[in-house]
Design a protein around this ligand. Structure first.
Ligand SMILES: Cc1cc2nc3c(=O)[nH]c(=O)nc-3n(C[C@H](O)[C@H](O)[C@H](O)COP(=O)(O)OP(=O)(O)OC[C@H]3O[C@@H](n4cnc5c(N)ncnc54)[C@H](O)[C@@H]3O)c2cc1C
Length: 388
């Protein structure tokens, strides 16, 4: 996106990427539906970045969701607002967008050098790139925009290896932590074997006074999915402080406890608990067995208590899933290490954008929006510097 702004202003741009092609994580993001941004009011949107919200607000105002939507549509990718306000390209995938975008960048003279792994600067100040052939390539641009990503899904290119290079140059880089990630749960062997891969649909998950409605997925090691990701920053920090965190899962959020109790009471009392829960409130096997995991021998036989348990199945999370599987990462370049135009204070003429920076946000389009917005702001500041 920085290349787009710079090339549109007539600046010569070369993009270097360590992978054989660019935009691999963007393509992966499109696999489950490319959630470009969110349609909620900007003031509310800006609050999604936790501790970084205040610092990112002017950046998001400079390139807000409506600008991102216009950009995507300008590339021939009409968008739509889905349920819950999320914005997607109608094609859902990232590939048509990326194809059209690369074509436009090419037409503006942007050169792409794939398989160039940036290794830092040499003693003369040149950028150094290592090729897989062993060859070392050097470059001395007027300015540099770093857009090297966080440290999740390293096989797509973003390994976070840049953190050592920048730390050695006096840039404050915070340790990476998984964000929008799954968590470990000590499921019983029976539950794990039977329900690995099973979705828990239309649930509500609560932690620390916050409740999120959505879906979760049982994994071999634990639990993941949208409703869990939305709470993942708080859960991760609680686990780091206390060793575990317990989420309360409401398996039937559309009914009150009293409504569930009444539905249970209306059933014949001589049937098995599983049949009762299935017939009365349509709980699928995974949810019924999750209740057993949560409440064990204390799973109630009387309707009011069972209704309470359906509304609060406690699941103990014992750790985060590895960073390699997280949607995004927290940590990276401290925002104080950057000036307003996202230039590194320790390295004049070098800008940093996207997930490299120390912010995190839930899924919902907030990750791509901030990534694009930081790139636009950095590129505009760079243009001013070049003009100056
Ligand atoms: C499965 C999945 C689904 C997602 N879905 C969504 C979604 O729907 N909506 C959303 O908003 N976000 C989503 N995200 C997050 C989003 O994709 C990222 O936040 C975004 O791609 C970050 O962009 P970036 O440019 O900062 O970094 P990246 O996209 O990670 O790009 C960094 C680039 O830098 C290159 N690079 C790294 N180190 C070097 C080096 N030393 N030398 C040369 N090149 C290097 C990499 O090869 C890579 O091409 C998803 C992420 C995943 C993993």
């Amino acid at each position: 996106m920085a290349a787009e702004v710079l090339s549109a202003a007539g600046v010569g741009v070369t993009i270097y990427d360590r992978m054989p092609s660019v935009g691999r994580k963007l393509l992966m993001a499109g696999r489950g539906g490319l959630n470009l941004t969110h349609s909620e009011p900007l003031a509310q949107f800006c609050k999604r970045y936790g501790g970084a919200s205040e610092r990112l607000a002017p950046v998001l105002e400079a390139f807000p969701p409506k600008a991102l939507i216009a950009w995507a549509e300008g590339l021939g990718q009409p968008t739509f607002v889905g349920t819950s306000g999320r914005v997607f390209p109608r094609a859902m995938k990232a590939s048509p967008l990326l194809r059209a975008w690369l074509k436009r960048l090419g037409s503006k003279g942007v050169a792409i050098r794939a398989r160039h792994d940036w290794r830092g600067w040499d003693e003369s100040g040149d950028l150094i790139f290592a090729r897989d052939t062993g060859e070392i390539v050097r470059a001395r641009p007027s300015a540099t925009v770093l857009a090297l990503g966080g440290a999740s899904w390293p096989k797509l290119g973003s390994t976070g290896a840049w953190s050592k290079i920048l730390s050695a140059r006096g840039v404050d880089v915070r340790a990476f932590r998984p964000s929008n990630c799954g968590f470990k749960v000590a499921w019983s062997e029976t539950f794990r074997t039977r329900f690995e891969g099973a979705p828990l649909k239309s649930i509500a998950v609560s932690f620390g006074g916050r409740t999120v409605r959505g879906e979760a997925l049982i994994t071999r090691q634990g639990i993941e999915g949208g409703a869990i990701y939305a709470l993942s920053a708080d859960l991760r920090d609680a686990i780091a402080a206390q060793g575990t965190a317990t989420v309360e899962i409401d398996l039937r959020p559309e009914f009150t406890e009293a409504q569930i109790a009444a539905k249970l009471e209306r059933q014949r009392s001589d049937q098995s608990l599983s049949n009762l829960l299935r017939k009365a409130i349509n709980l699928p096997p995974v949810a019924i067995n999750l209740l057993r995991e949560a409440h064990g021998a204390s799973l109630a036989a009387d309707a009011p208590e069972l209704a309470r348990q359906v509304k609060s199945a406690g699941v103990i999370l014992t750790g985060t899933q590895p960073m390699e599987r997280a949607i995004s990462t927290a940590g990276g370049i401290a925002l104080d290490a950057l000036d307003e135009g996202l230039m590194l204070r320790a390295l004049p003429g070098v800008y940093a954008t996207g997930e490299m920076l120390d912010w995190e946000a839930p899924t919902g389009g907030y990750l791509l929006q901030a990534t694009f917005a930081t790139a636009v702001v950095a590129a505009r500041a760079l243009l001013q510097r070049l003009e100056g």
